[in-house]
Design a protein around this ligand. Structure first.
Ligand code: MG
Ligand code: MG
Length: 274
């Protein structure tokens, strides 16, 4: 059952999402070759607890960390660790959830450390752009399938990449994962109608190569079967006054990346040059 939120509830979810983005901004300022997943995870947890909030993922179905940190051919659900030492040329997808004032927030960003190839940077740019294209059609009058169709069309038809099928976006609020599921693929005009007060996380996971994924031996990390890179960008949005209102905010994250000499910026795509 879909639980539609009041304006007051949406503002609480926005606060949780903005704390998630504060954590992602920290990650954007701290990432560099040699730092470990465990280090950024520990600081992320401190930032969240300093706000009298709780990590949203830690303990969720037994997940052991605050962040999901997924490197290169890892798609999502990577476990940060001391063995995870970031290298020049890595792409690092960081997903964070927060629980504060009774409501979750959820957002993700993929960072590029140092000398990442133009081919992989293009994957990141297309994935990030596909997220905003999906958000644009999250309007009253459209259906869930319109979001999935729009993302899939851009990723797979306009560009030569693949949308992951096994993992999808989701409603959220008092629970981290609520109805409805929000696939990043689908058919125009299908699925439930988008209504006022709907709060969903839209989170395209896009593979450079084939769409197939599998689970690593740690029981968590999802990896591409062809071992090619994968990118992940996520926003939580609410439908208010008929239109999408992005509750999370990557602006600070992007500014941190720009200011960090160790990272390569995920530049917007110029449509005329696509
Ligand atoms: Mg997430
Ligand atoms: Mg999510």
């Amino acid at each position: 059952m879909i639980y539609y939120k009041t304006a007051e509830e949406i503002e609480l979810i926005r606060k949780s999402c903005l704390l998630v983005c504060e954590v992602l901004t920290y990650v954007g300022s701290a990432l560099k070759p040699g730092i470990t997943g465990a280090e950024i995870d520990a600081r992320a947890e401190e930032i969240i607890r300093d706000h009298k909030a709780e990590p949203g993922f830690k303990g969720y179905r037994g997940f052991p960390a605050t962040l999901c940190v997924s490197v290169n051919n890892s798609v999502v659900h990577g476990i940060p660790s001391e063995k995870q030492v970031f290298q020049d040329g890595d792409i690092v997808s960081v997903d964070c959830g927060v629980f504060m004032n009774g409501f979750f927030g959820d957002a993700a960003y993929t960072f590029a450390i140092g000398d990442v190839s133009e081919a992989v940077m293009k994957l990141l740019r297309v994935t990030n752009t596909s997220l905003y294209k999906g958000i644009d059609v999250a309007q009253v009058g459209n259906r869930l399938g319109d979001i999935g169709f729009t993302i899939q069309h851009f990723v797979e038809k306009v560009h030569p990449y693949s949308v992951v099928r096994e993992l999808v976006g989701h409603g959220l609020g008092r629970e981290l994962h609520e109805d409805p599921q929000v696939p990043n693929f689908g058919k125009r005009g299908r699925g439930s109608k988008l209504k006022e007060g709907l709060v969903i996380a839209i989170e395209p996971m896009v593979n450079l190569g084939r769409k197939e994924v599998t689970q690593a031996n740690d029981g968590w990390t999802i990896i591409t079967k062809d071992k090619k890179p994968s990118a992940h960008f996520e926003h939580t949005i609410a439908i208010q006054k008929g239109k999408p209102d992005i509750l999370s905010d990557h602006t600070g994250v992007e500014a941190a990346v720009r200011a960090n000499d160790n990272l390569k910026e995920v530049l917007p795509l110029v449509e005329s040059l696509v």
